[in-house]
Write a protein that binds this ligand. Structure first.
Ligand SMILES: Cc1cc2nc3c(=O)[nH]c(=O)nc-3n(C[C@H](O)[C@H](O)[C@H](O)COP(=O)(O)OP(=O)(O)OC[C@H]3O[C@@H](n4cnc5c(N)ncnc54)[C@H](O)[C@@H]3O)c2cc1C
Length: 305
């Protein structure tokens, strides 16, 4: 950015000093441990501060990118221009009768644990999804037959015009690993989940069972972005990749997992460029073999080096 230092000092005047960093290496904030630098990296601890940052970005025409926990993102090696906003410090979780209200930076795993503590059922499926509430809504995250759409009542979002609106799940158009949050450039601030009464031991047993399944099937010992591809209609991405003989294929430090074919793991300090090349190789091979186009579930953002 041409006058990055100037923008840094200008924004530092407006928000607390510990909420802003310059040239932040994003591989520290992604689950794949890949990604170049963000020009400006901000971590607001109040909604008012977020509002100031958004106004600043608009005033100076700086692109704004929202980062959750980075568990479904590949940030390219050239990093991200403009301002990257991480909402992880806005992470309150409150219970109100059968509802749980969580700020966007709360871990969906913690929301699921809070439900357990309050003897509420419905969020067991989310007990191992390593994302934030904001990221979980954006992706309509789901696992083992459950998804966010099953339990979300409404969300408080900030529109690109700076308006604060509450939207129902229908208005967010949640579908298989999608919502209209990205296309509408909404920033999710808070979500209200509507749950039902459950018995502690039953809810806990379900969560333990799903955790065990996850740990036994997924290569959690390596950095990754989880399942790289969406499930093609009527098929399983992992199975198609396995039957294409791709497990163990490597490009640089990226490898198609030998434990779960739907995962690409960073086994040796992979660059985003290597990881993306391996994704393309898998897509091409599966297409040649089965005529199926695998669509990525993971989002690829940023610039090439
Ligand atoms: C080991 C592993 C296992 C996984 N298992 C599952 C699984 O079982 N099911 C599943 O669905 N996913 C799974 N994932 C993927 C990932 O955890 C989910 O998609 C999660 O919901 C992403 O949340 P995040 O906070 O990490 O989002 P990020 O990856 O940081 O961001 C994803 C998108 O959401 C946007 N976003 C984030 N926060 C906000 C906000 N507040 N407002 C607006 N936009 C926002 C970002 O801009 C980005 O476009 C897994 C990932 C890993 C690494």
């Amino acid at each position: 950015m041409h006058n990055l230092l100037e923008r840094y000092y200008q924004l530092r005047e407006l928000i607390s000093e510990d909420s802003i960093r310059q040239d932040e290496l994003l591989k520290q904030h992604t689950y794949t441990r890949m990604g170049g630098k963000a020009d400006l990296y901000v971590t607001p601890d109040r909604h008012e501060e977020l509002q100031v940052i958004i106004n600043f970005a608009r005033q100076h025409q700086l692109p704004l990118t929202i980062l959750g926990f980075g568990s479904n993102l590949i940030v390219k090696d050239g990093g991200i221009r403009g301002i990257v906003v991480n909402l992880n410090r806005l992470n309150q979780i409150v219970r109100n009768e059968h509802k749980i209200i969580a700020q966007s930076g709360a871990a969906i795993i913690d929301v699921s644990r809070a439900a357990l503590e309050h003897r509420l059922s419905g969020l067991e499926f989310a007990c191992g999804i390593p994302g934030s509430v904001g990221g979980a809504l954006y992706m309509n995250a789901g696992a083992y037959g459950g998804e966010i759409a099953d339990v979300l009542e409404s969300a408080l979002v900030l529109t690109p015009e700076g308006e604060l609106v509450r939207l129902t799940k229908e208005q967010l158009e949640l579908g298989y690993r999608r919502s209209n949050i990205g296309p509408n450039r909404y920033i999710v601030l808070e979500a209200t989940f509507s749950l039902v009464s459950g018995e502690y031991d039953v809810v806990k047993a379900k969560m333990d069972e799903l955790t065990h399944l996850r740990e036994s099937k997924q290569p959690l010992e390596y950095p990754s972005c989880g399942s790289v591809f969406k499930r093609p209609p009527g098929r399983f991405a992992g199975q198609l990749i396995q039957e294409s003989g791709l497990q163990g294929t490597r490009i640089g430090g990226a490898e198609v997992s030998t434990k779960h074919a739907g995962f690409i793991v960073n086994v040796d300090d992979a660059t985003a460029s290597e990881y993306i090349s391996l994704i393309r190789h898998v897509q091409q091979t599966v297409n040649e073999r089965f005529g199926v186009e695998l669509e990525t579930e993971v989002r690829i953002i940023g610039e090439d080096k």
